[in-house]
Design a protein around this ligand. Structure first.
Ligand SMILES: Cc1cc2nc3c(=O)[nH]c(=O)nc-3n(C[C@H](O)[C@H](O)[C@H](O)COP(=O)(O)OP(=O)(O)OC[C@H]3O[C@@H](n4cnc5c(N)ncnc54)[C@H](O)[C@@H]3O)c2cc1C
Length: 381
């Protein structure tokens, strides 16, 4: 067993760190208060390969491995959690299902604009009355000649506000339960694709989260992804990658919080010494660093399995569960180290805490991750 990064992985990480500090850091607070990442910046990231990270070069992607993509998401989240989830979702549940399950024609038509950042990918399974209980979705896709007509409402769609390419899960066979769900590639230019309510969120405010209404949205039947009834399989497979991405996002937020807390603890004095000299503060930092390292190891293990085409449902769920819960704790402790200034918008600690909070909710709540992990271990033991 070798626990070290390759030259390429280190190089990609450094390159992304440099770009984030130069191109993104100066704008983060503006993006958050405007609740928008300007689309105009996307081609810059696309040129770096960030919009088709694990897609092979033959399809125009960057062809990097999942381990590198984790380092990339972590570095982005260290600066902007909103941008990290935008890019993670685009890659893991936007591009990946098209690459893995798409026909050659679908790949030619939809992958390239996604990779070039001309179209942003999103994934819509959640509905106003169906979140964790995916099988309870109501959106329907009815075959009509060589088209499908989609009707329903999708809620909380990350990147939904940009308009681009949506991977939509809809029921094609109501009698078949979860096996009656299918996946479709839907261009937001399609008639009846309505970008609706924008969510007013606690954190990651620059990330575009919208409701999408499908009103007699007619799409060519060739936009079915895989076969009818494969929707759950496609969604669960894509979500394994998505959960690895959220874990990496949570780690990046935690890293940023600890870096700031260390800096502050060395500069601020109380009772005649630096905060960093108080053992209580040192213990908080030590616990935070240990949690970050544990989260990173779990995440990289899941990424390693994915790189080797091995099943990683349990490991991705463990990584997401641990890294997300750790990030809530780490960001709160880092805020505590700042005292009152942690509670002020003058410093980013309050933003980190708000941003970390969502990581235990999306791409499956912590409770759902525990269900996945328990199911896997009970099956195996
Ligand atoms: C910012 C943001 C972005 C999102 N982006 C997307 C996206 O791009 N695409 C998309 O499809 N969805 C997205 N979601 C939706 C997200 O995946 C759901 O919110 C999540 O799956 C939980 O569903 P819910 O909110 O309906 O909660 P519910 O399913 O109603 O659950 C409520 C609570 O009950 C718990 N619970 C539910 N069932 C069980 C059970 N069986 N056992 C134990 N506890 C249970 C849950 O863990 C939770 O704590 C996003 C959400 C947010 C907040």
């Amino acid at each position: 067993m070798k626990i070290e990064f390759t030259e390429d992985q280190l190089c990609i990480r450094q390159m992304v760190r440099d770009v984030m500090e130069k191109e993104v850091l100066p704008h983060v607070e503006t993006w958050e208060s405007n609740e928008l990442i300007p689309k105009e910046i996307f081609p810059t990231f696309a040129e770096l390969g960030l919009f088709g990270m694990v897609i092979p070069e033959t399809y125009g992607g960057a062809g990097i491995d999942y381990i590198s993509s984790c380092l990339v998401i972590e570095e982005i989240a260290r600066i902007s959690a909103s941008l990290a989830i935008t890019i993670s979702v685009h890659n893991s549940v936007g591009c990946y299902p098209v690459f893995k399950y798409g026909t050659d024609t679908q790949k030619q038509k939809y992958l390239l604009p996604l990779i070039k950042g001309e179209k942003i990918g999103c994934f819509a399974i959640t509905e106003p009355n169906a979140g964790s209980d995916v099988a309870a979705i109501k959106t329907k896709a009815v075959k009509d000649g060589d088209t499908y007509i989609l009707n329903g409402t999708k809620a909380w769609v990350t990147n939904g506000g940009f308009g681009g390419i949506a991977i939509i899960q809809a029921i094609t066979d109501p009698a078949a339960g979860p096996k009656g769900i299918s996946s479709f590639i839907v261009d937001s230019d399609s008639k009846g694709f309505i970008i609706s309510k924008k969510e007013d969120k606690m954190g990651i405010r620059a990330s575009a989260t919208n409701e999408i209404i499908l009103e007699d949205c007619r799409i060519p039947s060739e936009n079915l992804l895989g076969k009818e009834g494969m929707g759950m399989r496609i969604a669960l497979d894509a979500l394994d990658g998505g959960r690895i991405g959220v874990a990496a996002q949570a780690i990046g937020i935690s890293v940023a919080a600890v870096e700031k807390a260390c800096e502050y603890a060395k500069a601020r004095t109380s009772f005649g010494q630096n905060l960093a000299d108080h053992q209580a503060i040192q213990f908080m930092l030590a616990d935070a660093a240990t949690k970050i390292e544990s989260a990173r190891l779990l995440t990289l293990k899941a990424a390693y399995l994915k790189d080797n085409n091995l099943r990683c449902a349990k490991e991705a769920a463990m990584a997401k569960l641990f890294a997300s819960e750790a990030s809530i704790d780490v960001t709160y402790k880092a805020l505590q180290i700042f005292g009152a200034y942690g509670y002020s918008k003058e410093f980013p600690l309050e933003r980190y805490s708000r941003d970390a909070r969502v990581t235990t909710i999306y791409e499956g709540t912590s409770e759902i991750q525990r269900i996945v992990i328990a199911r896997e271990i009970l099956k195996a033991l």
